[in-house]
Design a protein around this ligand. Structure first.
Ligand SMILES: C[S@@+](CC[C@H](N)C(=O)[O-])C[C@H]1O[C@@H](n2cnc3c(N)ncnc32)[C@H](O)[C@@H]1O
Length: 408
């Protein structure tokens, strides 16, 4: 097997599900749609597909997106069935005798793969600019990092400790045949032994867990919150970290969850209800006044800033086709602006955590260094930072810096 997608290998192909995959790929690459949204739509419009079919379509689409450049290099044509067939053959499978797959010769595909396999950008299926940038910024660690980021992500749960203990949830899931293990160093995490759609399980509807990568769970923990504190989650999005903070605070105190996108905060509200969290107050950032009103008001401020997402390629493989050097530069500008403007909300003596799901130093430690050297940054000191590489953690790539506002 050339690629590493284990469980699909022994599967028989069925025309209707392969058609679903091909249609989804067409939407993603020819109509520029997001992979997760497209998959959701395809699955919704085929309600009769069973769990196995749905799994096949979702996994195949994600894997084709992940390996898109490689598949295109090796395929004899750009026909979508040829591209699917190439992907299928690259895994060491045999193709059925369908007219759509005529013209695909396994031997030639293998030969073509052998020809390109020493060219890292093609073999790892990434744009040349990204290979160059990664190699410049991460040096010898890049080779293994991009290899790791191309592997499938584990499904990790964050136990909602407001409702159940980690052992309790492990037992509850095991009763339904869902095996999990508790990874060392991550207090509230459980990893599914086998990938599956866990959102359907009643324990999810009861708010006993959220799906959240283990590295991402380190972010709220770094804020050292305590019950009763006043906390601001300034880039809260759909509220993953706010919910974790609320659990760590035992649902006592106050969390202002802010974002520039109001619709994301609506999601935070729904999730808070499911999680049994009542201390989250969503607040849309309308303009700079929203921030100014909160000057020196928070014991803790979390800046989980927008970023390139290069640390989470495992779960969002389409990121590599949507990014560009220009878009990374633009997001870096926003990151520094957020550091400069939102740091004013921390009380003297309070803590601020700056986090990204990126592995690029230019979005991480270099941003923090630039902030600390600036006028506003002089009020802060860096207590510690963690550069979490996927190859070392086994989970997503992340950066977490803990800063303290000096007592005035
Ligand atoms: C990494 S995501 C946050 C994820 C979220 N904290 C979670 O745990 O689910 C970054 C968020 O920053 C928001 N954002 C972008 N520009 C912003 C700005 N200038 N101020 C505040 N939030 C911003 C985006 O809408 C996005 O939701």
């Amino acid at each position: 097997m050339l690629l590493r997608i284990a469980y699909l290998c022994s599967m028989k192909l069925f025309p209707n599900t392969v058609k679903g995959v091909v249609q989804a790929i067409d939407e993603i690459f020819n109509h520029n749609r997001y992979a997760d949204k497209v998959i959701e739509k395809v699955l919704k419009s085929n309600p009769k597909w069973g769990a196995r079919d749905r799994g096949f379509v979702a996994e195949s689409v994600y894997e084709m997106v992940r390996w898109w450049r490689l598949i295109n290099e090796v395929s004899p044509s750009k026909d979508l069935y040829h591209l699917f067939g190439t992907y299928w053959l690259l895994q060491g499978n045999a193709l059925p005798d369908w007219k759509e797959f005529q013209g695909l010769d396994p031997k030639k595909i293998k030969e073509k793969y052998e020809e390109i396999k020493d060219k890292r950008a093609i073999k790892q299926s990434i744009p040349d600019w990204l290979d160059q940038m990664g190699s410049e910024l991460l040096g010898e660690k890049w080779d293994k990092e991009i290899d790791t980021l191309n592997q499938q992500a584990a499904v990790v749960l964050r136990v909602n400790t407001l409702k159940i203990s980690r052992e309790g949830l492990m037992k509850r899931l095991a009763e339904d045949g869902i095996e999990t293990y508790a990874p060392k160093g991550y207090k509230d995490a459980l990893v599914l032994a086998k990938r599956q759609n866990i959102f359907k399980h009643p324990a999810f509807k009861e708010g006993l867990f959220e799906v959240q990568d283990a590295s991402s769970q380190l972010v709220a923990a770094a804020l050292e919150v305590e019950p009763g504190m006043r906390v601001i989650d300034a880039c809260a999005g759909a509220g993953g970290k706010s919910l974790h903070l609320a659990a760590l605070m035992k649902n006592k105190g106050r969390i202002i969850s802010m974002d520039v996108e109001g619709w994301k905060l609506q999601n935070t509200k729904l999730r808070a209800r499911r999680n049994g969290v009542s201390i989250i107050e969503p607040r849309v950032i309308e303009d700079s006044k929203t921030i100014k009103r909160l000057r020196e008001s928070a014991d803790r401020v979390l800046l989980d800033v927008p970023c390139s997402g290069l640390g989470v390629l495992k779960r969002n493989p389409d990121t590599k086709w949507k990014l560009s050097p220009e878009s990374i530069q633009k997001v870096q500008g926003i990151q520094q602006e957020i550091l400069q403007n939102y740091s004013s909300m921390v009380k003297p003596g309070g803590l601020m955590v700056y986090a990204t799901c990126s592995i690029l130093p230019s979005e991480n430690q270099l941003q923090v260094e630039k902030f600390l050297a600036s006028d506003k940054g002089k009020a802060f000191e860096l207590l510690e930072d963690r550069k979490v590489l996927a190859q070392e953690s086994g989970f997503d790539g992340f950066y977490i810096a803990k800063l303290k506002r000096k007592e005035s």
